[in-house]
Design a protein around this ligand. Structure first.
Ligand code: ADP
Length: 657
């Protein structure tokens, strides 16, 4: 088929959110008509508006809508769709769905059912990888059924080990054990989690690689036996084994390693006669040994970084391959140009141990897209973030000629992003992007735990930006005062997180010359009426400082650091110098629920003595079970709650003596 001919007349997109929108975008560009399906909760969703047709398929819970294989296939038939794109999640890796789609005479835009089934099982796929000559994590690629066998296997492999659910995914169903004792503890809970989360209790054991990097190879194969790889993505910035920031290429991979890993990925794809886009995931140790983890037989969340460096549209490639077109290029044609980094924007509260956050997006203003900034999202201002679906609000991907340029674009774009109404992780992402270790490319899957050992504190590092924050506070206050008809003045006092800072200003034609506690600076910039940011120049640096009203002052955010500022009369500032710094509330005597949710179980009773780190209770929110641990040793005085209770955020669960 000549290039430019639409691969299909009409396709159904069996998904929602940003990925459904992203697929619709490419389909439209190719002249392919699209059918969206949606649940009751998504009647006004963006993916519904973006498609040419949209059909309601059921209730908000995925099991009542996006997971209803036969309903979705019926819609495809009724609307005259020729093919189904599954996106990721939901039915994308369900071999039974693929068979049903094909049995209905439709094309599945992805690999065949055999490849999906083989790769969907971690035990089976490890065996296949070994046979294909791909290095796998040392371990026991067989099912382990009891704790004794687990301990024997772990001793053979050597501690530390990981107990993994064969059917696991999304970072769930895996636990680390460093001794026989720990192994016996985690074995049962991994089996239970595997049964409840995946309906399959099979687990196996492999070596736990310390501080590895997660590096994956994107492959692309057509139905005629042509397979290429599109280089790697490094996804080592993870929280709870879930990716947070991804980039391509990897700062750790050179030409030789890329060629070696690429050849392994292609060998594995060939072993299962793979067709379509697929990703082979590896972990890589300090000595550049790489080990196969798993193959994802679908489009990945982080595929935009590969698109930005290769110039290819992976959804277009998937559509063309599904229409039996041969790949129009070979391995030697694949070029990696520059550097791309993606950050996942989640509805959560990093400052509260990443508790999920739901509600209406009162503000949603991403930075403007251009050749080097790309936003993938399924929401608009006013959309509702519900508890039914994945909490990812958007993906921000940037491109630069070098890693340094991409990183500074990422930091700038995060600064310009504004979200209000629900909690979000933009400042946390900005703090990562701004960290010296990230700049050096010293990545590992332990990065977040090591860089934020006490969790993320948005106020940490405010002293680094003290002059900027004080200067911005004065500009905001001065603009208000002048607008209200007040006289201009030279001397100002700012309370910055309770600390008093004096600022003297001198306006000139290029903005303001400032003296902040005696140090000189220059600020040029303003916040437009009802704007979310003060944008301009501070000294010689382009800045975007996010401004939110906060009582009598403002909350300012810049490069992942927040500060609350208030402009006060000088005598108040003088007084504030003698004020003790506000102590954080004493939480040593009480366990608070970090989020609204359901108290699933209590692991302790009144009068019990507990160790630091001991599990106290399990709270479920947004389909995630969160285990709450004791921060220090103590004795339980009283427990005013009971399992089954609905908890509000900050509600006391139990008290210590
Ligand atoms: P999932 O299917 O849930 O995504 P993966 O097997 O892909 O699970 O692993 C997810 C992440 O867990 C990896 O990126 C890595 O950070 C960590 N991980 C998995 N297996 C190991 C291991 N053997 N040693 C160290 N880390 C591991």
């Amino acid at each position: 088929m000549p290039a430019g001919t639409p691969p299909f007349g009409k396709i159904l997109i069996a998904n929602r959110g940003e990925i459904a929108c992203r697929i619709a975008r490419t389909a439209r560009r190719l002249g392919v008509r699209t059918v969206a399906v949606y649940s009751d909760a998504d009647a006004d969703a963006l993916h519904v508006c973006m498609a040419d047709e949209a059909i309601a398929i059921g209730g908000a819970a995925p099991s009542d809508s996006y997971l209803l294989a036969s309903r979705i296939i019926q819609v495809a038939l009724d609307t005259g769709s020729e093919a189904v794109h599954p996106g990721f999640g939901f039915l994308s890796e369900n071999a039974g769905f693929v068979e049903a789609v094909e049995a209905a005479g439709l094309v599945f835009i992805g690999p065949d059912a055999v490849a999906i089934a083989a790769m969907g099982d971690k035990i089976e796929s490890k065996r296949l990888a070994e046979q294909a000559g791909v290095p796998v994590v040392p371990g026991d690629p067989s099912e382990i059924t009891d704790a004794d066998a687990a301990a024997a296997s772990a001793r053979r492999i050597g501690y530390p080990v990981m107990v993994k659910a064969s059917a696991g995914g999304g970072g769930k169903g895996m636990r680390i054990a460093r001794s026989d004792e720990e192994l016996r503890q985690v074995f049962g809970s991994t089996v239970n989690e595997a049964k409840s989360a995946f309906g399959d209790g099979r687990v196996f054991i492999e070596k736990y690689i310390e501080e590895p990097r997660h590096i994956e190879i994107q492959t692309l194969a057509d139905a005629h036996g042509n397979i290429v790889h599109l280089g790697e993505r490094e996804c080592s910035i993870q929280r709870r084994h879930q990716k947070v920031i991804e980039e391509s290429p990897s700062p750790f991979v050179d030409e030789a390693l890329r060629a070696e890993m690429g050849a392994c990925a292609i060998a594995l794809a060939r072993a299962v006669s793979y067709r379509s886009a697929g990703t082979v995931e590896f972990i890589v140790d300090h000595a550049r040994n790489f080990y196969f983890l798993e193959m994802n037989t679908r489009l990945q969340v982080e595929h935009p970084v590969t698109e930005m460096v290769t110039g290819l549209d992976l959804v277009e490639q998937m559509l063309r391959v599904a229409a039996c077109e041969p790949l129009g290029f070979g391995q030697q044609d694949v070029r990696l140009d520059g550097w791309a980094i993606e950050a996942r924007i989640y509805a959560e509260r990093p400052e509260r141990n990443f508790a999920p956050s739901i509600g209406r997006l009162k503000t949603f203003r991403p930075p403007a897209e251009d050749g080097s900034v790309r936003i993938d999202t399924g929401v608009v201002e006013g959309s509702e973030i519900t508890m039914f679906y994945d909490p990812m609000i958007a993906k921000l991907a940037v491109h630069g000629a070098t890693r340094g340029e991409a990183r500074s674009r990422l930091a700038g774009a995060l600064d310009r992003f504004a979200i209000g109404g629900v909690g979000h992780n933009i400042d946390f992402l900005a703090a990562i992007a701004d960290s010296p270790r990230f700049a050096e490319g010293q990545l590992s899957t332990a990065f977040i735990d090591e860089e934020f050992p006490e969790g993320y504190d948005p106020a940490a590092g405010a002293d680094r930006h003290q002059e900027l924050f004080a200067a911005v506070a004065v500009v905001l206050a001065r603009t208000e005062a002048l607008a209200a008809g007040g006289a201009d003045r030279r001397d100002w006092a700012v309370l910055l997180d309770g600390l008093s800072v004096s600022v003297a200003i001198e306006p000139d034609e290029e903005g303001l010359r400032l003296e902040v506690d005696g140090r000189t600076a220059r600020l040029q910039g303003a916040r437009p009426p009802s704007g979310t940011h003060l944008t301009g120049w501070f000294n010689s640096e382009a800045i975007s400082v996010r401004v939110e009203e906060d009582g009598a002052g403002w909350r300012l955010s810049y490069r992942g650091v927040q500060a609350v500022v208030r402009v006060v009369p000088p005598h108040v500032a003088e007084f504030a110098r003698f004020m003790p710094k506000k102590a954080p509330p004493d939480t040593s005597k009480v366990l608070l629920s970090p989020m609204p949710g359901l108290l699933v179980s209590l692991a302790v009773v009144e009068g019990e003595t507990v160790e630091a780190g001991q599990a106290l209770a399990v709270v479920e929110a947004m389909k995630m079970e969160n285990v709450l641990h004791a921060e220090r040793p103590g004795r339980i005085r009283s427990i005013p709650t009971a399992a089954g209770a609905n908890l509000a955020a900050d509600q006391p669960i139990l008290y210590f003596e």
